[in-house]
Design a protein around this ligand. Structure first.
Ligand code: CDP
Length: 208
């Protein structure tokens, strides 16, 4: 069974994905980490993010182990950089087989990202599109970064989220959008527990 979760920046996809995976005993893949990791390798090598060929080469040879443990990937700068390299078709192509393979794992998998329900797993059993008002997403991301000890200004984060959403929604390759058969969940007024309960109802509803 595959649960696909898509949505804009800081909408809570990761937290929700992890909880759903724990609940069902499935594996969980935060696909944003793949794009963040590509950006990170380029930055470590001092290669400009605009170098498409280099980005594609890095994506083809990406070491996908230990992504979860790499705290540098989660910073705001890497989110922005990921959004640049993720617009390159060869980068997306290079990461596709790994994501599909992950989705085929037994007994099931939860994948979250921008194009899971539309491109990576179009046949997913359940597709959720998680959204929330930009101001609320910025508030959550601000808290998260402060808790991790990062310097962060609310207004800067809000600008970053808006710019990233704009880029992700308007790119020509795998733009951020809800699959036609996705169920949209607006979590603006839901905390993490309430969002999990609401998502659980949707998943169960699809299977009862
Ligand atoms: O956690 P947050 O929502 O801030 O970001 P993320 O999910 O880690 O994704 C970082 C960036 O990677 C996004 O802004 C997208 O440009 C890109 N991404 C993508 O294109 N496709 C995915 N399946 C996942 C992420």
């Amino acid at each position: 069974m595959i649960i696909a979760i898509d949505g804009p920046a800081a909408s809570g996809k990761g937290t929700l994905g992890k909880r759903l995976a724990e609940h069902y005993g499935f594996a969980h893949l935060d696909t944003g980490l793949l794009y963040r990791a590509v950006a990170r390798v380029l930055m470590d090598r001092n290669v400009p993010l605009a170098d498409r060929d280099a980005a594609a080469e890095v994506a083809q040879n990406l070491d996908v182990s230990h992504l979860e443990d790499d705290s540098r990937l989660r910073g705001a700068a890497m989110g922005e950089a990921a959004s640049v390299v993720s617009a390159y078709q060869p980068v997306r192509d290079a990461l596709l087989a790994f994501q599909r393979g992950f989705g085929a794992g037994q007994p099931g998998a939860v994948l979250d990202g921008r194009d899971i329900g539309t491109v990576v797993c179009p046949d997913a059993d359940v597709k959720l599109f998680i959204t929330a008002a930009p101001e609320e997403r910025a508030r959550r991301r601000h808290l998260e970064l402060l808790r991790r000890g990062e310097q962060a200004e609310y207004e800067t984060i809000l600008d970053d989220i808006r710019r990233r959403d704009e880029r992700d929604m308007n790119r020509s390759t795998a733009p951020l959008k809800a699959a036609t058969d996705a169920v949209t969940l607006d979590t603006t007024h839901l905390d993490a527990d309430a969002a999990f309960q609401a998502a659980l109802k949707i998943v169960e509803g699809k299977h009862s």
